[in-house]
Ligand binder design. Structure first.
Ligand SMILES: Cc1ncc(COP(=O)(O)O)c(C=O)c1O
Length: 933
């Protein structure tokens, strides 16, 4: 949607519900006001503008006035000033002022210098031109400080000037202040104004906001279960500080109190950076504000690397590229230097001293950078990795699981987990995700399935061997677990269960309040606090009383009800791995491991260190590490804004594809209702946008539903084009229009917005989809009757005749320690290494009937390897798994170009019957023995 279109839509519909958020409405209303102001200024005869135009301008200002009261620029004073000019009929001045504001907002020039609102002479324009040339290169970063106080406009003005007077040339940043008069306004302010970096909470302010604008009030719904009306007025300051910490933990909050400062300081916990006693010392406040922002701005490793690269050094070790010498002296590869610039080579080093540090034994800036990352992502410990989350997963699995331990894993997890489990030797229980057969995709693992397996293992007396639950959150397709509920209920069955949440796609989630509540680190912190509280003990006592008489053997009852862990036994042990490079600013392969494990120091630190050593290069790439450090700085300062925009872009895309008549003929943007079955959507929310109701507030769904959908992952069903997902991706999007996407299924393609997505790139994608739809229309019109029939058949194959998705079959008894038991764990590692023995393996043809004949004869056909078709990209067979009819049918029906582990010319590699005839697990032992020989 372009701006003019958005503005006219608002003018026509007049419905705020059409807007996903207030920022969009703000931008579009200013653009609309500008176009009205131009027409007013040009009206002839001069000053005789028609009433409808004046009224339209007045309506826009009325809409902007409450919105601007949360921003320092242009602020609500500017709206009053515009209103006065409009009322006096000074349309030329009015037009200039509006033009100036809109230009400053669009170009962000208000962040670099003060922009006067009134009519200015040429000087101002010259200054702007100069600045456009090189000003922003030298500008100091800008932010806004939200002050919460009910004060007169005179005092507000004094306060603003007072703080402005404190500015010093050596200050690293500049800021402006914005004053809001109530508790609710403060909450709206921190959620709406992304320029806010610090909040000064004073005292004596009321609870409720005067503004009843629905789109602003919508922000208040984000505060969750808390009933503001129950807070006593003299507690407003502390309560507000705590709520701000919950909503935007990265902000610095300063509390000014007229009560005993020592007593208040003892109660605010970590929600405030400092408590002041009713003081008027502007300099003290100013310095604290700057220091607070500087804590987030510092990036110790990046700074150290920059400093190091400037030092003259002689290189006498094995790194010829260091300092760019092997490039600048070359006759043949100098274009590499031209392309990358010299700094990247100047920073190419493996020095661990001279201000730098060692990733393997960090004591200096890498250690500090990891600590800052832990703070930013809410972890107790954070470790950087330079080989992606593939490595992080292997490190965590190896550190926590030993041979013989049992690990529960979602079967469609990333392959690094399967390989990690092979290395660790843990026995695996695969969990099936709910299938989405219409789109040839899997969803995620229902909580009931996880509980069922844990209870089964408990009944079999194997709970002490169960070590870890490993789940992908969010999944590639954007299905998001209710992390808190999963952990809570699992801990009720196994109080010390370790959780590994693969958040490869979810690093950004920490920086949006809605998303944050479903991240591993947030939930770990929350559960930790919960289990410490007296209120939880009380609830737990009631739960015990309620469940005392239930039959402990009646699985159905336990599966149907919510379970609560015993606060005296529970241990919160949570790990998250994130591909920082996938969703935030970091060079490729830059990833992090975040830990909140109560037993880390006592039980894990040593094995974790060993596992980290196993997988970490002794030559880690410093550029990647520095980018992780800077990426952390960015999200602590502008993550909230960027993620908000990323979600907004996704919402615009959803809305456009859903409402465009031509696009909806060939495409369907899958909604949460399509991807999450009804039984897992307790909120009943079907779609985040629909034509009849506009936008749905997603908070409700995210707070309670078993699964939600990450709106920034957009699955487009393309079956009606007659092209399968892979062809659509490669031949159409990539080759024809240069649009890169990552994942496809048989009849879908997945688009993602990210923190770099712009309104123009979204518009381009819509334009391309429209062009594709027009071409398809044309092709269909020109087609001969036989061609039409072919096309219709293709569409039918892609939308109706879809192969059923196979579940995990079972491990063959030869790879089960307990083949007579009814629990399904299997020894992946034994099967994996047995496949190294050629004599134990043979090939059965998938297409020549060899495989079918074996199955018909009743033979247990067992895969030797991982068979991973792309798409869907996860193993449909793992080593040691029995090949079922359903799997064979699925493999045959797959028309994808890549199936890793499968060689069509040879067939499927399986174990010979003789190899499987050995005693259970003797197989594994034999392999270990022969390896030793
Ligand atoms: C769920 C999941 N985990 C882990 C990975 C591996 O991450 P990386 O590419 O950072 O090694 C991927 C990669 O796509 C993934 O989808």
């Amino acid at each position: 949607m372009d701006k003019a279109e958005g503005a006219s839509r608002l003018a026509n519909s007049g419905s705020l519900g059409d807007y996903y958020n207030a920022s969009q409405l703000r931008a579009d209303t200013w653009t609309r006001l500008k176009s009205v102001a131009v027409r007013l200024a040009n009206a002839e005869p001069r000053g005789a503008a028609p009433d409808p135009l004046r009224q339209e301008a007045a309506r826009a200002i009325d809409l902007l006035t409450p919105i601007e009261s949360y921003w320092a620029f242009p602020g609500h004073d500017a709206c009053s000033q515009l209103r006065r000019l409009l009322d006096k009929g000074e349309f030329i001045d009015f037009g200039c002022a509006v033009e100036r504001i809109v230009r400053a907002l669009m170009s962000n020039s208000y962040r670099r210098r003060s922009v006067p609102i009134g009519l200015q002479g040429d000087a101002d324009d010259e200054e702007e031109a100069l600045e456009a040339k090189d000003g922003h290169l030298h500008a100091r970063p800008y932010f806004e400080v939200l002050i919460v106080d009910s004060m007169s406009s005179h005092y507000e003005h004094q306060l603003r000037l007072g703080l402005r007077d404190m500015r010093r040339p050596e200050d690293p940043f500049v800021y402006e202040t914005v004053v809001v008069p109530s508790f609710e306004d403060a909450l709206i302010g921190v959620l709406f104004n992304h320029n806010v970096q610090a909040v000064v909470v004073r005292y004596g302010f009321p609870l409720r906001s005067r503004h009843k604008l629905e789109i602003l009030q919508r922000h208040l719904s984000r505060i969750g279960d808390c009933d503001l009306g129950e807070i006593p007025p003299d507690e407003y300051g502390i309560a507000l500080s705590k709520l701000i910490r919950k909503l935007r933990p990265e902000l610095d909050v300063y509390l000014v109190t007229d009560q005993s400062v020592e007593e208040v300081a003892g109660r605010v916990g970590d929600s405030c950076r400092r408590v002041f006693y009713n003081q008027e010392d502007y300099m003290e406040l100013h310095l604290n504000i700057l220091r607070g922002v500087n804590r987030r701005y510092e990036s110790p490793f990046f700074t150290a690397l920059k400093a190091y690269s400037k030092q003259p050094t002689g290189v006498f070790h094995a790194m010829p590229i260091s300092r760019g010498k092997s490039i600048s002296k070359s006759h043949w590869i100098r274009d590499m230097g031209d392309f990358y610039g010299m700094n990247i080579f100047l920073a190419e080093t493996s020095a661990t001293s001279g201000g730098l540090d060692s990733l393997l034994e960090p004591q200096g800036p890498i250690k500090k950078a990891q600590e800052l990352a832990a703070r930013a992502f809410g972890a107790r410990q954070t470790f950087f990795a330079t080989n992606g989350t593939s490595t992080c997963n292997k490190i965590v699995v190896q550190a926590l699981a030993r041979p013989g331990d049992i690990v529960l894993v979602d079967r469609d997890c990333h392959k690094s987990h399967h390989y990690g489990l092979v290395l660790s030797g843990a026995e695996v229980v695969y969990l099936d995700s709910y299938p989405l057969p219409d789109y040839s995709m899997y969803g995620a693992v229902p909580l009931k399935e996880i509980k069922r397996r844990l209870i089964q293992l408990k009944r079999a007396g194997k709970l002490d061997r169960v070590k870890m639950l490993l789940l992908t959150n969010c999944t590639f397709d954007g299905i998001v677990y209710n992390v808190e509920r999963v952990m809570e209920e699992c801990l009720a069955i196994k109080p010390d269960l370790v959780f590994l949440w693969d958040e490869a796609w979810f690093a950004f989630a920490r920086f949006a309040p809605t998303y944050r509540q479903r991240t591993a680190m947030h939930c770990a912190e929350m559960l930790r606090e919960r289990y410490r509280s007296a209120a939880y003990r009380e609830r737990y006592a009631a739960y015990r009383a309620e469940t005392e008489d239930l039959d402990p053997e009646d699985d159905a009852t336990w599966l149907a009800r919510s379970l609560m862990p015993d606060p005296d036994r529970v241990r919160v042990r949570v790990y998250a791995t994130q591909s920082t490079h996938k969703t935030l600013t970091a060079l490729r392969q830059g990833s992090m491991i975040h830990i909140h494990d109560q037993d880390y120091k006592a039980k894990v630190e040593e094995p974790f260190h060993e596992a980290y050593m196993t997988h970490t290069s002794t030559s880690p790439n410093y550029q990647i590490l520095a980018s992780l450090d800077v990426g952390r700085r960015q999200v602590e300062l502008e993550g909230f804004e960027l993620v908000q925009k990323q979600v907004e872009m996704a919402m615009v895309l959803r809305e456009r594809v859903t409402t465009h008549p031509l696009l909806s003929k060939y495409f369907k943007m899958l909604s949460v209702g399509d991807l999450v079955p009804e039984e897992y959507r307790q909120s009943g929310i079907q779609s985040y946008y629909d034509e009849d109701h506009g936008w749905t507030d997603i908070w409700e769904a995210w707070a309670h539903d078993e699964f939600t959908l990450d709106a920034t992952r957009l699955t487009l069903s393309v079956g009606r084009t007659g092209l399968d997902g892979d062809t659509f991706k490669t031949d159409v999007l990539m080759d024809k229009y240069g649009i890169q996407i990552n994942k496809t299924s048989r009849n879908t393609v997945l688009f993602m917005t990210n923190i770099g997505t712009t309104r123009s790139s979204t518009a381009y994608l819509i334009e391309v989809l429209v062009r594709i739809a027009e071409e398809l229309d044309e092709r269909f019109e020109d087609a001969s009757p036989p061609e039409r029939r072919i096309q219709e058949r293709r569409v039918r194959t892609l939308t109706e005749d879809l192969p059923p998705l196979p579940d995990f079959s079972r491990f063959h008894d030869a790879f089960r320690r307990d083949p007579t038991g009814d629990t399904p764990e299997g020894d992946l590692r034994a099967a994996y290494f047995l496949s190294y023995d050629d004599a134990a393996c043979e090939y059965l043809g998938l297409l020549d009937g060899g495989l079918d004949a074996a199955l018909d004869a009743g033979r247990d056909v067992v895969s030797t390897s991982f068979i991973i078709p792309y798409p869907p990209g996860f193993p449909i067979l793992v080593p040691g798994q029995v090949v079922s009819r359903e799997i064979v049918d699925f493999m045959r029906a797959l028309d994808v170009r890549e199936i890793h582990g499968y060689r069509p010319e040879l067939g499927l590699r399986v174990f010979t019957e003789a190899a499987l005839g050995a005693e259970p697990l003797a197989v594994g032992l034999r392999t270990e023995k022969s390896a030793a020989e």
